[in-house]
Write a protein that binds this ligand. Sequence first.
Ligand code: ADP
Ligand code: MG
Length: 386
Amino acid sequence: MSGITLDTVRKEFGSGEEAVLAVEDVDLEIEDGEFLVLVGPSGCGKTTTLRCIAGLEDVTSGRILFGDRDVTEFRARERDVAMVFQNYALYPHMDVRDNIGFGLKLSTQQSAAEIDQQVEDVAAMLGIEDLLDDKPKELSGGQQQRVALGRAIVRDPAAFLMDEPLSNLDAKLRSQMRTELQTLQHDLDVTTVYVTHDQTEAMAMGDRIAVMNDGRLQQVGTAEEVYRSPVNEFVADFIGSPSINVFEATVDGSRLDGPGGFTYHLSDASPVEGLDTVRVGIRPEDITLVDDGIPMVANVLEPMGNENFLYTTLGDHDITARIDPTKRPQPDETVEFAFEESALYLFDPDTGDALKTKDDGEIPDRGADTDTRPSETDEALEEAVE
Ligand code: ADP
Ligand code: MG
């Protein structure tokens, strides 16, 4: 077992005019036993990065290390990693037992009985021990995905590399499998790189999240860090649902003038010093409806039960607010809103770089071991038993 280091990893496909730069000089350190989620929009280079780690693609330049060992020139099977894909790719003619044990039979000197025991242990861990004699076509999507996981786990690899493994499952099963996978990964303590385009999944699962865009790594951090302190407007927009509201404002000293008569006086104008315009960001949950705030026009209200989503327009700009469920503005009603300056994000209009983020610098410190949830659950269980 070991951590994984990507040192200026670059991957180009093709050459000349047709060259595609899929991964651009990515530096990333994944800790031993960490669950790292690589997230970003479709085509941003997630799968290519994962395939480079797996040894299924040669890097154009840069190095990949497992622990201190440089594996850049190693072939896939020499790297001792197990991959799980969106398409489970089970062998249709083999039963579950053989599907799980197949890789072991090829790669180890163990006896059939030893392999069988390991297959049964892993099947029990995944709750599919009753399905060992079934063929894949007899299984549900979730069961098939468990078999694919079992095949990866039984090999006891140095790392798990997972590429959108839950994408084919329906929403309910997906969220159940997310929790199961997290618990399993925590128990097995195997370094895991998990690829998804779904920021909700990334936020829910990762010890840390690595956000990619257009072949470039944007930011690596805990869910809280990337949410509260995004390095740029792309990350701010990509992380969080509904998305952050962003509009352009002109800067006049400490005064910001935005669409629809939006005016705001910053108590601290240092982030916008020297700028003519700035991109202003406010997360939907930071908007409060008040009696004497900035006016905007209500369009659609979506009741969520515990809160309401309110879609409004501020001048020519759409604004989404998450508001108190007791507040129900009517369509075309003018409502007024306010927000705390501490919740405000400001971005450079040219580079997109963050100039100010929410509670700048005040990220709650969760300590070195960021994922303590399963052990807390264990403690709670032990207490409950006593
Ligand atoms: P993601 O997994 O984030 O959706 P990919 O890593 O699959 O993105 O792709 C990143 C970019 O590299 C895309 O522009 C894609 O078209 C390109 N690409 C991926 N694989 C190949 C390939 N084998 N040949 C040429 N271009 C590729
Ligand atoms: Mg992909």
